[in-house]
Design a protein around this ligand. Structure first.
Ligand code: ADP
Ligand code: MG
Length: 322
């Protein structure tokens, strides 16, 4: 199988068909017509084997996840996904691998109406770079710098499941088959586009949780020039995760856990009152986990008492910012 056979067979008609793709795969560039009055939201993520996913991850899951993490960035920006480009580096032109990779990639692209409009195919160590483009209204109000003193800090879904899934794999834990839900959360994160859609009318500070709550909320605080107080007992935990950790359950697993791809956002109390019933109606879990304060730094409270944050190697990122 040659590069062009792979392109024609597996990339050319992948994802959704869209009228705003004037010219898709097959020429030197894709030609796209953005809707008038919208801004383009553009984001890129690279996934490297053994770094961003365990080496034995299935091609379907790698395909799904490489698009999901990009959709998650658009969700955090309040953008509607439209077009995606896929640069893929493969050790060999393994047709079966590409076919399975594209099954995972395309199923998610179809689900969110995203067209694959171009990319690059090269030989090398397995690595995938996805660039996604979406649309936002020109008066969009989702930036990380929007948090204000007194804002509620909210998260969608539950925290820590993906990190526990990763631990199951890295520890070669024999209980893997019992904890499929945790592995699923690691390999198939749900981009929070529906939640993002519901938040459209409001001014919020938003970020997607990829590096862990403390690290990512730290970015909001830094950009907004504020700090935060987190109520550790309010952090949302799945039933499965409680069972997995049993007596060893500790909040530090939740605040440092990466790869959840939930949405974390800050909004005023009035907005929170308005959105709570809407989220409930749509069956999207929403939890208020703390409050924005003007004093810099993130403080974690449990039963009213401040807990020392133990800086692990997992979030060096955050360390440099303070
Ligand atoms: P060029 O030589 O201009 O870089 P290529 O030969 O790399 O073009 O690619 C031919 C066409 O196939 C281009 O339209 C390119 O966008 C598309 N393409 C190549 N690889 C991929 C891929 N992995 N996914 C989607 N489209 C791809
Ligand atoms: Mg090329």
């Amino acid at each position: 199988m040659q590069e062009f056979d792979l392109i024609n067979r597996y990339f050319k008609s992948a994802g959704a068909q869209r009228d705003d793709v004037e010219l898709g795969i097959g020429d030197d560039c894709a030609l796209l017509s953005p809707p008038p009055g919208k801004l383009l939201a553009v984001s890129t993520d690279t996934l490297i084997s053994g770094v961003h996913f365990p080496v034995n991850t299935s091609p379907e899951d790698i395909g799904y996840k490489s698009l999901a993490v990009n959709l998650s960035d658009l969700a955090a920006m309040g953008a509607q996904p439209a077009w995606v480009s896929l640069a893929i580096s493969l050790p060999s032109a393994d047709e079966d691998w590409v076919k399975r990779f594209m099954q995972g990639f395309s199923s998610l692209a179809q689900e969110y109406g995203v067209a694959l409009v171009g990319g690059d195919t090269t030989r090398g160590a397995l690595s995938i770079t996805v660039s996604i483009t979406g649309f936002v209204d020109s008066n969009t109000n989702f930036t990380r710098s929007n948090a204000c003193e007194g804002d509620a800090i909210c998260v969608t879904g539950t925290l820590g499941d993906a990190a526990a899934g990763l631990r199951l794999i890295l520890d070669n834990d024999p209980r893997q088959s019992h904890y499929q839900a945790l592995l699923h959360q690691l390999n198939r994160p749900q981009p929070q586009l529906p939640a993002s859609q519901l938040l459209q009318p409001y001014r919020i500070a938003a970020i997607d949780l990829s590096d862990g709550l403390l690290a990512d909320l730290g970015h909001i605080c830094e950009r907004s020039g504020c700090g935060a107080v987190i109520e550790l007992d309010s952090l949302p935990v799945s039933q499965t995760l409680r069972e997995y950790y049993a007596d060893d359950m500790h909040w530090k697993y939740l605040v440092n856990a990466g790869d959840d791809y939930q949405l974390c956002f800050c909004c005023d109390d009035e907005t929170l009152q308005l959105i709570q019933p809407v989220f409930k109606q749509q069956a999207i879990q929403l939890t208020r986990i703390g409050v924005i304060r003007s004093q810099p730094g993130i403080r974690c409270l449990q039963a009213g008492r401040e807990q020392a944050i133990d800086y692990t190697s997992g979030y060096n990122h955050f360390k440099h910012e303070n």
